[in-house]
Design a protein around this ligand. Structure first.
Ligand SMILES: NC(=O)NCCC(=O)O
Ligand SMILES: [Zn+2]
Ligand SMILES: [Zn+2]
Length: 484
């Protein structure tokens, strides 16, 4: 059976043109005028774009004494509803647990996915077992990205010596280092002080994680990555200090990418000062929401290319789970949702305001990350041979975001009441029409794991440069005799 998307305008990261798109067996087989297929999808007035890729999700994540409430079924259903066709989740090994063992657990959880997905590996502890298993994770299991938490002291955090050892190993193996960049030692000190002073409400979370803790850790990670010769991806870049470090590194030729979240771009710190405890606690995440100056910096980064990708860090906890932290903000599970709303919110606040072009929208929601993660052009492209992960985007379709109509399993939405204009008319996952003009037609288990090999082009360039500039002894003649 073939499907044809007719009468639309194809929008990719670099081109805009009128064409029909023909799909067979989940793959794009032809792009051009007057195509015919068994099933026709009318894209009149719409943009045909690569489906979104969200490179930062935590589905059914064990964290802070509970599990995030969206699993791979509800999470990927939410993703498709908003035009996202691939998610990348983080495998989190327990202390002392092997990487491959932990990965098996994630494969078991993800069999229910409605769209394609991939994994990043987290380095939550350091030892011989981790060192030894890294090559198999990259070469046999297709995971080339390894995340390091510089925060969450006493739980997921790793120290600088561990970072440097892991980064060196990744450089050698052709992997990419990722960091959650916040100074965990300082956060722990500030948290203890705030609690001792009676600052126990959700606003204490924001006070305990000022932008300096993020700027310092981002800069430190960049310098450590540079010394190791490994490419670095900084997740949830939320403030000017972190962006400034990334911007400077890029200008110096370092291979560093920054990832702002849709939440940080569109919601601000005033949320934490809401008189309603639940309202504020539902928005507790790390890093916390910032002020308008930081938001402007993030938008400017997307416009200029110093920031590369917009993600969600989707990690959804119910109100009941958030209430674990009544009387002590440090016990509020950290995380917010966003999978369903990332694309419509970014279109509304980015493209419709003139901050981003439609092509830049495609770049930051899909193509850039496909290239960074080494799965382009299978993903992130409208090209013959690419997977038919597509969104037919209707720029005139509008709605008001509400938890009562969302796909996510939780009981609220941090974007509640926000009006968006620009929504999917159709979302296709490997050719299957999962969203059909407002109707959900997802297929549980349709999603497949996407392997991403190591040694992408940036790794190869870095290792060539490293080899060229490696310290070498100077060849000398006439060396004087040692003095007595
Ligand atoms: N971001 C957050 O608050 N929760 C999810 C875990 C993480 O990415 O730090
Ligand atoms: Zn994080
Ligand atoms: Zn995260």
């Amino acid at each position: 059976m073939t499907t044809v998307i007719k009468n639309g305008t194809v929008v990719t990261a670099d081109l805009t043109y009128e064409a029909d798109v023909l799909i067979e067996n989940g793959v794009i087989t032809e792009i051009g005028p007057n195509l015919k297929g068994d099933e026709e999808l009318d894209a009149t007035g719409c943009y045909v774009m690569p489906g979104g890729i969200d490179p930062h999700t935590h589905l059914e994540m064990p964290f802070m004494g509970t599990y995030s409430s969206d699993n791979f079924e509800s999470g990927t259903r939410a993703a498709l509803s908003g035009g996202t066709t691939m998610v990348v989740d983080f495998v989190l090994p327990g202390q002392g647990q092997g990487l491959v063992d932990a990965m098996k657990g994630w494969h078991n959880k993800s069999t229910m996915a409605n769209c394609d997905y991939s994994f990043h590996m987290a380095v939550t502890w350091w030892g011989e077992k981790v060192f030894d298993e890294m090559p198999t994770v990259i070469n046999d299991h297709g995971i080339n990205t390894f995340k390091h938490f510089m925060a969450y002291k006493g739980a997921l955090m790793v120290n600088d010596d561990e970072l440097f050892a892991s980064f060196n190993r990744l450089a050698e193996l052709g992997g990419i280092a990722m960091v959650h960049a916040e100074n965990g030692d300082v956060v722990a000190e500030l948290t203890a002080k705030l609690l001792a002073e009676g600052n126990t409400g959700p606003e204490g979370h924001a006070y305990s994680r000022p932008s300096q803790v993020e700027g310092e850790a981002t800069n430190r990670a960049i310098m450590i990555a540079d010394m190791a010769g490994v490419p670095l991806y900084v997740v949830h870049t939320s403030c000017e200090e972190a962006h400034e470090a990334i911007r400077r590194a890029k200008m110096q030729g370092k291979r560093v990418w920054g990832e702002p979240l849709i939440q940080h771009l569109t919601l601000d710190e005033s949320e934490y000062f809401n008189k309603d405890w639940d309202h504020a606690a539902r928005r507790v995440m790390s890093p916390p929401f910032r002020n308008k100056q930081h938001q402007d910096s993030l938008w400017a980064g997307l416009q200029s290319g110093t920031l590369s990708v917009v993600a969600t860090d989707h990690c959804a906890f119910t109100t009941e789970q958030k209430r674990y932290g009544v009387g002590d903000f440090s016990k509020i599970p950290n995380g917010t949702g966003g999978l369903e709303d990332r694309m419509p919110m970014l279109w509304t606040h980015g493209v419709a305001t003139g901050r981003l072009t439609p092509n830049e929208f495609v770049a930051v929601t899909s193509t850039n990350i496909a290239k960074i993660l080494n799965c382009y052009p299978k993903k992130g492209a409208v090209l013959v041979g690419a997977d038919a992960d597509l969104v037919v985007w209707d720029p005139e379709k509008e709605k008001t975001i509400s938890a009562s109509t969302q796909q996510s399993a939780i009981d609220y939405n941090v974007f509640e009441g926000h009006h968006v204009k620009g929504l999917p008319r159709f979302t296709l996952t490997r050719g299957h029409v999962a969203v059909h003009d407002g109707e959900m037609r997802t297929q549980e288990g349709h999603g497949q794991f996407v392997k991403r090999p190591g040694n992408g082009t940036v790794n190869r360039a870095l290792s060539t440069w490293k080899e060229l500039t490696a310290p070498r002894p100077v060849e000398r003649t006439g060396i004087p005799a040692t003095g007595v």
